[in-house]
Design a protein around this ligand. Structure first.
Ligand SMILES: *Cc1c(COP(=O)(O)O)cnc(C)c1O
Length: 396
């Protein structure tokens, strides 16, 4: 419900999640919005058709279903507007296409999601955009990398696979001094645990594929912008014709309603497992911002309201030439954790992290890095599964 009155401003997160984006009495009291599928929208007469003077004009420009999700996200992100696109990767690439031009210089965090790096190194390079990777821990010193043509700074915190934190307020303040736009991939925290726009970020990006939909059956990305950048993003979306589908938007809104309670469970289970891993001799390090031992913990504690269920650990393996075999034995020793990409769903997942594409950061030297997504299963069962995997990794 969009009653922007005093009551709705004071509501708690889960209450907001249960109401955001849609007023049931806009559609006969049905508590969920209708799924409106559309290409054609009819105009009542030629004059209305010429002026486009009505709320909906064509399916690519939104329907009541996609609007319900966008309005819910505007409320959660504190954004002026939100675009839906068909994947989290498309959310980042679309934002870059909207905000960069040939000859520009873009600063991209070195712990960026790998497919975004691929886009930068291929597509952006082909369009004559200069891409430079920076250390996630750089903070205010990002200004030492600025050039006269620096137009965009892209953040992702925690970073993909290795979970480095970033000093978001320090970086946004520096970037804004040279009028560069700041984009941030916030898939890990979701706006429930971190609201990028409150910390000076201009464009907040979500892989809604992950926690918002929560069931590993939908691909969707969202791009939420402040008032300054919303018109440019909206224009780019119209120019490219890349839009989210109403059925997927319906499922994402359905997922949002329960995202708060799911995240609480992901967080509690992940923390319990991460702390347990830290006590083990076969684990060299656990890479999870919620742990006091993690280098980015202080920044996480200062700026974030919670931690989600994805983190990595470094398996203790003495010999470099055994990293891969022991990592694979560990993965093959799992039976409850699935081996698969993505995260944010109900099922726990594991994979062997590949850090070969890093330019600035170096991979841990104590052993292979394994990433876990802690799902909604019972923690005791997950620990027992991991215990069997450690045994399998030792046994080879
Ligand atoms: C998964 C992920 C994406 C991409 O989302 P898709 O919907 O799978 O394309 C982008 N950024 C981060 C940080 C991710 O984890």
């Amino acid at each position: 419900m969009n009653d922007n009155d005093d009551i709705s401003k004071k509501l708690g997160t889960n209450t907001k999640l249960s109401r955001a984006g849609y007023d049931p009495f806009d559609y006969h009291g049905f508590i969920n919005p209708p799924t409106v599928r559309a290409s054609t929208v009819l105009f009542p007469n030629a004059k209305a058709m010429e002026s486009h003077d009505q709320k909906y004009t064509y399916g690519t420009r939104g329907t009541p279903t996609t609007d319900a999700l966008c309005e819910a996200l505007n409320e959660l992100e504190g954004a002026a507007g939100t675009l839906l696109v068909p994947s989290g990767l498309a959310a980042v690439t679309l934002a870059f296409l909207a905000l960069l031009s040939p000859g520009d210089h873009a600063l991209i965090v070195d712990s960026v999601y790998g497919n975004v790096r691929h886009f930068c190194d291929t597509m952006l390079a082909r369009f004559g955009i200069e891409v430079e990777y920076y250390d996630p821990g750089i903070g205010a010193a990002i200004e030492t990398l600025f050039k006269p043509n620096t137009k965009l700074v892209h953040l992702e915190a925690p970073g993909s696979n290795t979970f480095e934190m970033q000093d978001v307020p320090a970086i946004t303040a520096a970037a804004h001094r040279i009028s560069a736009v700041v984009t941030m991939d916030n898939a890990w925290a979701t706006p429930l645990f971190f609201r990028p726009l409150d910390f000076g970020v201009d464009v907040s990006i979500q892989a809604a594929t992950k926690y918002p939909t929560g069931n590993s059956d939908i691909l969707m990305g969202t791009v939420s912008a402040n008032a300054q950048y919303w018109p440019r993003l909206r224009h780019m979306n119209g120019a490219l014709g890349i839009c989210g589908a109403p059925d997927d938007a319906y499922q994402a809104l359905r997922g949002l309603r329960t995202m708060g309670v799911r995240l609480e469970r992901h967080q509690a289970s992940a923390l319990e497992i991460a702390e347990w891993l830290e006590t083990r001799g076969d684990v060299a390090r656990v890479l999870y911002p919620a742990l006091a031992s993690f280098p980015g913990h202080a920044v996480w504690k200062r700026d974030f309201k919670g931690a989600s269920g994805v983190f990595s650990f470094v398996l203790n393996v003495a010999r470099r030439d055994e990293y891969k075999a022991r990592a694979q034995a560990f993965l093959d020793g799992l039976s409850l954790f699935g081996l698969g990409y993505s995260w944010g769903g109900f099922a726990s997942l594991a994979l062997h992290v590949d850090l070969a594409d890093r330019r600035i950061l170096t991979a841990p030297t104590e052993g292979p890095v394994l990433r876990l997504h802690i799902g909604l299963e019972d923690v005791g069962d997950l620990k027992a599964d991991l215990e069997r995997a450690f045994a399998a990794a030792t046994a080879i």
